[in-house]
Ligand binder design. Sequence first.
Ligand SMILES: [Zn+2]
Length: 322
Amino acid sequence: MLNVRVYSGLFVLFVAILIAVSLRGDAAVQSGKDKPAKQQANEGDSLVRLSAPAGTDADVESTASVFSSASLQNLRLQTDLNWFFGGKSQRGWELYVPLISSLIGTDADVRSGRFALALSRWQQANQLEPDGILDDATLYRIIETFQSRRIKERVPPPEDHLLTAPASDFYHPSRPEELRKVERQTYLAYKRMVRAAIEDPSLGLSVTADGDLALTEKYLKIISAYRSREYQAELRKKSPGSGRAGLAFNSPHFTGRALDIYVGGTPVSTAYFNRAIQVQMPAYRWLVKNAARFGFRPYFYEPWHWEYTPNVSHQSSALSHQ
Ligand SMILES: [Zn+2]
């Protein structure tokens, strides 16, 4: 009789833990507002599947608590982590959550155990301690991965590889002809990408009768593409002491394969509050999810800056073997 009571007590405890684990999953699903429900449900399932076959209730409990402690730390680190980039001290990584989520392959909220779980898998694949915590070592590795996908040889293209794009493709339609040059393959890929964005009704882009972006539409228009060394030097003279990468001595814009694309806010301001607005914008979120299909890779620090590197998968796999 006593044994039956003990066993049924243990069973109730086990069921309670399972319910707690699944409720945690539900809470995370509810906190992620703009994500497709189907994908979330699948990720929730995988967490339960991962912990359930482990057997004992102790395993279930420890899997859940390991990642809930990681989640608490991620919640703090996303605003408080101190790190360095571009010779400047930086704080937190919340601006980069859309890119990071895409890299580690999850739509889960940073506060959820599922985000920590996805991060731990990425950490494991990248020879880091798979603790699910996005600390400085993990952040630097993530940034290294993003940076490895960018243009390496910043050399000007032969003149006949450049074309002059129509003024209607530009954020400022009055942009003079000599500042509307783009490397040919980059331009064709950009136009394919814009067509795909137009077909996505969630972006609500204004379109012309021929299915191009309307003159009045600003989102996804080109702000700046090819810049000659001479033009870049002029820009630097106009804003001396500018630390902006856009005015670099060795700019990816020299190749004609870097595009500044309007994603919202002030077009190319690195001010924190401006970038915080940009990374919330549907146009930016769309690029994060889709640009790679068209060969474009982000510069993580500037939400508007995208580089055409269609063969990047080879480059990054080569790097990961080093
Ligand atoms: Zn740029």
